[in-house]
Design a protein around this ligand. Structure first.
Ligand SMILES: [Zn+2]
Length: 93
């Protein structure tokens, strides 16, 4: 399955709830709180990235990247340009 197909499937299978923009939307006091129940959406390419802290991921346009080895997540557009969504556990795959 390609990354595009995965994204398509993700959108169809889940009920995404918009929480807000930036780290505060994840409930983190000092930065991003990474948890698999959250998804980050790139404002430029629309890629939905699962906020699983253990996996590397980047979006289609390369602006948003998650690097577990460095313990970092961010967008080159700035934290407040990242949309945060949550998938309620009962609707997750
Ligand atoms: Zn992007």
């Amino acid at each position: 399955m390609t990354k595009e197909e995965e994204q398509q499937r993700l959108r169809e299978a889940n009920d995404f709830r918009y929480l807000g923009n930036g780290p505060s939307a994840t409930g983190g006091a000092t930065g991003w709180y990474l948890s698999p129940e959250f998804y980050f959406r790139c404002v430029q390419c629309g890629y939905l990235m699962r906020a699983d802290p253990s996996t590397y991921d980047d979006c289609f346009c390369g602006a948003m990247r998650k690097d577990p080895d460095a313990g970092r997540f961010g967008s080159c557009f700035g934290d407040e340009r990242v949309e945060v969504y949550q998938v309620p556990p009962e609707s997750a795959e």
